[in-house]
Design a protein around this ligand. Structure first.
Ligand code: 5GP
Length: 183
């Protein structure tokens, strides 16, 4: 299992798309969230969109491997997304924020974790504003969280700086293929 973490807006999603193109045997786990869908996002594809009550129920039933609150919404990795694939020997990729990544590391120390870092704080702000998916107050909240998250990068065995997309994708793919080869 591979955990890709790092601040919101750092480009985890884009890097993972490139990773999945290079290593098509990988599958991405679809997370659950209480965040409302953004235009174009599809339930069951981008996220499993849950009400806060449904999310609470899933927590109480032990359905999550990890879950965290991020910018006022809840996010979590469903056990069902992992078990089915790992049971069949399919390597799974998680795209999650730092608190969740820590929980996964506790629960599954064999998981390989990669922290994606921005080349600078300014680059992160520009990206969060540029992608236009979040309201200005959401961007500010995400940047405040990002500052704390950046402090966590030394906890992770691999750090990929997402300066030039092509190089960063190559570096990520190399980390993952090396781990797959050594299984
Ligand atoms: P967004 O709202 O931009 O889709 O996601 C916000 C943050 O939540 C991102 O850093 C994203 O990686 C993270 N995230 C997405 N799914 C999960 C999950 O299942 N668990 C945790 N802990 N974080 C997640």
């Amino acid at each position: 299992m591979f955990v890709i973490t790092g601040p919101s807006g750092v480009g985890k999603g884009t890097l993972i798309r490139g990773l999945l193109e290079r290593l098509p045997e990988l599958e991405l786990s679809v997370s659950a969230t209480t965040r409302p869908p953004r235009p174009g996002e599809r339930d069951g594809v981008d996220y499993h969109f849950l009400t806060p009550e449904e999310f609470d129920r899933a927590v109480a039933n032990g359905e999550f491997v990890e879950h965290a609150t991020y910018s006022g919404h809840r996010y979590g990795t469903l056990r069902s997304e992992l078990e089915r694939r790992l049971g069949a020997g399919v390597p799974v990729v998680l795209e999650i924020e730092v608190q969740g990544a820590r929980q996964v590391r506790e629960a599954m120390p064999e998981a390989e974790a990669v922290f994606v870092a921005p080349p600078s704080g300014g680059a992160l702000r520009a990206r969060l504003i540029g992608r236009g998916t979040d309201a200005p107050e959401q961007v500010d909240a995400r940047l405040r969280t990002a500052e704390q998250e950046l402090g966590a990068q030394s906890e992770f065995e691999h750090v990929v700086v997402n300066d030039r997309l092509e190089e960063a994708t190559e570096e990520l793919a190399e980390i993952v293929s090396r781990a797959l080869r050594s299984r």
